[in-house]
Ligand binder design. Sequence first.
Ligand code: 2PG
Ligand code: MG
Length: 403
Amino acid sequence: MVEIIDFKIRPAFTSRGDPTLEAEVIVRGGKGRATSPMGASAGKNEAVHLPKGGPKASIEILVSNRNRIIGIDAGDLKALSDTLKDIDGTEKFENIGAAAAYAITVASAEAEADSRGVPMYEVLIGKEKPTIPYPLGNVLGGGKHAGKGSPDIQEFLVTPLGAPNIVEAIKVNLEVHKKVRSIIEERDPTFTGGKGDEGAWAPKMTDEEAFEVVEKAIDHVSRELGYKIGFGIDMASSSLWENGKYVYRRKGKILTPEEQLAYVEDLVKRYNLIYVEDPFHEEDFESFSELTKKIKDVVIVGDDLFVTNVARLERGIKMNAANGVILKVNQVGTLYDALLFSKLAIDNGYKVIASHRSGDTWDHHLAHIAIGAKAWLIKTGIVGGERMSKLMELCRIWEGLQE
Ligand code: 2PG
Ligand code: MG
């Protein structure tokens, strides 16, 4: 047992410049430090990022409850999760904020690992052989992550299915990202090179044009490098949902839920998509389940639908609503709850995609969390320090496994 002997919590900022919290957990012979990311297209059923009074209010509560956190076994993620929930006293961390729950629980797992001299993922999966997930990254995007005139669909994603290892996989995604830029420039010589919050190119373009650009880039790089590259999208449909319809502003198109279903089916066929995230808004379990019934060999992923919440996933499982889940620890708050969620998903044949947030931090923990959650893919962008930190940590872990 490695007791928490001290902890610190301080205001911090994400890559988008939004306020968040950073925690430091100190144990005998080790310490951990973690900073919570924050979403922009956040689901309405997610835990609350920060309390109404901001970081200051959260810090005050935690400091006044110091003695309840000190003494907990840093590796006992359940005890820590229970204590934080108890201190908070609400269902969705309205008082201390999910940012605090994220930062303290992730820092604690890291402190435990540090004191034992093992990689953090080992605290999560023990001696089991780790599997390195392949990276899924967005090369082009719009929606809430980019400015006016960019596509309505939030993310056009690629994953290098055939790459032999993580280093090669990262290179493949980078090549597609670069190729996408040059194709955009061929079509629009005035393109400024603007990017969205996660480093994906954000050109003035309709969704249809964006599909063509990414498809062309994938074909080119895949032929050049000889690897199969999967094409996916995150429609983040809750962001399109207004008064009972899906509103595509850039295109000036409005779809009923039935039309949205037909549109998604058509996109999957036309562009050979292997991955579709949030094709419907966050309460429409029914349409999710209809789509999952209709199309085979495509991973249908719930992000805002499930918000890393066990009860919502249980409902989805009963309805066969999807076959993939996004796992974002800060959607639920504690690392313990997120791991319960991934276990439930895997036990029911769902694929897990461990994901960053659009406002992320320099931390690399997502690499360990993805391995701990037995993720199929890690969704963490392609360029930018806060994205590369996770990818580089996966390279280090992979290297360690070769030795
Ligand atoms: C998503 C995420 C990450 P955000 O919708 O999947 O790409 O975006 O963090 O803004 O919710
Ligand atoms: Mg999403």
